[in-house]
Design a binder for this molecule. Structure first.
Ligand code: ADP
Ligand code: MG
Length: 321
């Protein structure tokens, strides 16, 4: 650690935007000291964003700071946990103060919205990458697992699907005209924290959609030991996403494209009424897209009832790219 890096820590990371009463000691010592309230479990998750792999060079730093936190809060949301603390490992090729200021402004804006305190981290020099660990709190027995889906449960998704994928494909194709609403789906996702909290005690299983519906739903099915049927014409789409799919004749986009950060969850018939009761208070729309079945496997059915077979979801190790 060099002197420059110490002042970087002081200037950008050591004074968090949020201070919580349950932080006995935040940034500045060898460890943070956090008070876990009695009767709560700690939910811990970590995600990295690596330049060139998870974000395009030249991505707006404010949005990148937001997204680093958002993708982790999305994991806490998928467990039904309430966000509390975060630690942030930053690897930077050099010091660009205005870039880093904007990055931390985006980060802090979302941190304030969810009362998350940055309590520590690490700062090193190297190819640009960010790794965040987020800590949340959940009542024992109420965490939403992937393993709880059962045949007969209804399958739901929050928000809309495929927008991030449509934006990414347009940006990669060099299209400068990508609308900001579509671009925000990729660059500034809304973690469904409030909805995840409301679903604890209602959903039988839940996962957040980071790698595409087909792949992420399969994780739920594998963990739960069942299958599912998804009705393609029920998938919630932004108008621009629908237009993109029509233009490129790409019906698979909303099931294979990643980065949506919506929640996919299952609800047993006995809890449908409880779901209806919380719907008006949720921070986003939810749409029923199919059902859990006992036959293993994942079936996509179009509006005429014909089965469609998609390609593979995004897998970082699937091929050399
Ligand atoms: P150590 O060498 O003991 O690991 P460091 O010198 O790396 O400590 O960091 C000093 C303090 O600054 C620690 O409390 C650490 O958590 C905090 N810190 C370092 N980098 C960051 C960062 N990117 N974000 C938040 N806190 C950070
Ligand atoms: Mg130390």
């Amino acid at each position: 650690m060099t002197g420059g890096e110490f002042s970087l820590i002081d200037n950008f990371f050591a004074s968090p935007a949020v201070t919580r009463a349950d932080v006995s000691l935040g940034c500045g010592d060898d460890c943070a000291l956090l008070d876990i309230p009695p009767g709560r479990q700690l939910a811990v998750t970590m995600d990295s964003l690596v330049a060139g792999r998870h974000f395009l060079p030249g991505t707006d730093p404010w949005r990148l700071g937001w997204k680093v936190l958002a993708v982790n809060l999305s994991d806490l949301a998928a467990m039904g946990a309430e966000p509390a603390w975060a630690t942030l490992a930053v690897t930077l090729p050099g010091i660009d103060e205005s870039w880093l200021g904007a990055f931390m402004e985006g980060f802090s804006t979302l941190a304030r919205q969810h009362a998350v305190q940055l309590v520590g981290g690490d700062t090193t020099r190297g190819p640009m990458a960010f790794t965040l660990q987020a800590h949340g709190l959940v009542e024992p027995g109420r965490a939403l697992l992937r393993s709880g889906a059962r045949p007969g449960d209804a399958l739901y998704v929050t928000g809309t699907l495929g927008g991030a994928g449509a934006a990414l494909r347009q940006l990669l194709a060099g299209d400068e005209e990508v609308s900001d609403s579509l671009r925000r789906r990729l660059e500034q996702p809304e973690p469904r924290v409030g909805t995840g909290r409301s679903l604890a005690g209602i959903a039988s299983a839940c996962i957040d959609l980071s790698d595409g519906l087909a792949g992420d739903l399969q994780h739920v099915l594998d963990a739960s030991g069942c299958g599912a049927m998804v009705e393609l014409d029920r998938l919630p789409l932004m108008q621009e996403t629908r237009a993109f799919m029509q233009r490129y004749d790409d019906w698979q986009l909303p099931i294979t494209a990643g980065d949506d950060y919506e929640l996919l969850f299952t609800v047993p018939p006995s809890r449908e009424e409880a779901l209806r009761a919380v719907l008006p208070a949720l921070d986003c729309e939810v749409t029923r897209i199919g059902r859990i079945e006992s036959d293993p496997g994942l079936r996509f059915v179009d509006e005429t009832g014909i089965m469609r077979r998609p390609g593979h979801a995004w897998d970082h190790f699937a091929d050399e790219d």
